[in-house]
Design a protein around this ligand. Structure first.
Ligand SMILES: [Zn+2]
Length: 239
C-alpha cells in the first residue's frame, strides 16, 4: 500500500544517517530503537483501523462525445481510436480537442474518452473552470442539465455546447462483490479518509456499483493535489 510508505520514511532516513558514519554511542542506539518501536506501533494501529480500503484513480480533464459530435470535430465518418483501456468498457482515445470558455480562454490537448455517449460532456477541475472563466457545477457524470456552456475545437470543426461542462462529483466504482464486502450499495453517499500527512476526509462520495467496475475512487486533479494523493494511493471508507 503506497499510503503506508511515507510512514516508514522517518525510520529509513534515520538508518541512512546512521550509516553515514554517526558515532555508535548509546544515545544513537536508544534513538533508533525508539523510532523503530514507534514505526512498528503505527503499523499495528493501521492493521486495527476499521474501514474498507479503496485505491484512488486521479481523473484529468476529459471529454465524452456523441458520434455526431465526433464527426463535427474530426470529419464525417470519423471514429475515435483507442489509446488505452479503462474500466467498464471505456477507453482513452488518441483524439484531443481544445476547450474554450465564453471569455475565449482555452485549454488545449483535452483527451476524449470513448465509447461515444448519448450526450456530450466536458469534465474539468475547479481550477480549469477558473482558467476558462466559466462556472461549472459539481455534478455526477451524465447529469448535465443546466450545466455550463462550453466550446470545443477539433481539427475539422467547432462545436458549441449550450450545457455540458461540469466538475465531476467524486465517487467510488465497485463491483457487487466489493459492495457486499464493504457494506455499501449503489447510490450510497459515504465519507472517505486519506491516512497520509495531510489526513484529508472527503464527504459526499457517491458509491457506484456495477458488474463491469473494478474498485477505485475517482477524484479530480484539484482534489488529488490538495490532499497529496497520487494515482494508486489508498483511502478508507469510514462507516
Ligand atoms: Zn469514475
Amino acid at each position: 500500500m503506497r499510503f503506508c510508505e511515507w510512514r516508514g520514511l522517518s525510520v529509513r532516513k534515520t538508518t541512512k544517517d546512521w550509516n553515514r558514519g554517526v558515532k555508535l554511542d548509546t544515545n544513537n542506539v536508544e534513538l533508533i530503537t525508539k523510532l523503530v518501536i514507534e514505526a512498528l506501533n503505527k503499523q499495528e494501529a493501521e492493521k486495527n483501523e476499521k474501514g474498507y480500503l479503496v485505491p484512488v484513480g486521479v481523473s484529468n480533464r476529459h471529454v465524452h462525445l456523441t458520434q455526431e459530435h465526433v464527426e463535427t470535430l474530426f470529419g464525417e465518418g470519423y471514429h475515435l481510436t483507442k489509446k488505452k483501456d479503462l474500466m467498464g468498457g471505456q477507453f482513452a482515445s488518441n483524439e484531443l480537442v481544445t476547450i474554450v470558455g465564453l471569455k475565449l480562454r482555452a485549454i488545449e490537448n483535452v483527451r476524449i474518452l470513448g465509447p461515444c455517449r448519448s450526450k456530450s460532456q466536458v469534465e474539468i477541475s475547479a481550477t480549469d473552470a477558473r482558467t476558462l472563466g466559466i462556472k461549472a457545477p459539481v455534478r455526477e457524470s451524465g447529469n448535465v442539465a443546466g450545466s455550463a456552456p462550453i466550446a470545443l475545437v477539433g481539427p475539422k470543426g467547432v462545436l458549441y455546447l449550450n450545457e455540458g461542462c461540469i466538475v465531476a462529483q467524486r465517487h467510488i466504482h465497485m463491483s457487487p462483490a466489493d459492495a457486499a464486502a464493504s457494506g455499501c450499495k449503489d447510490g450510497d453517499i459515504v465519507s472517505v479518509v486519506a491516512d497520509n500527512e495531510r489526513g484529508t476526509v472527503f464527504n459526499h462520495v457517491k458509491i457506484r456499483v456495477h458488474e463491469s467496475f473494478t474498485l477505485e475512487m475517482h477524484i479530480d486533479t484539484d482534489e488529488a493535489n490538495a490532499s497529496r494523493i497520487a494515482q494508486g494511493d489508498t483511502v478508507r471508507i469510514m462507516k
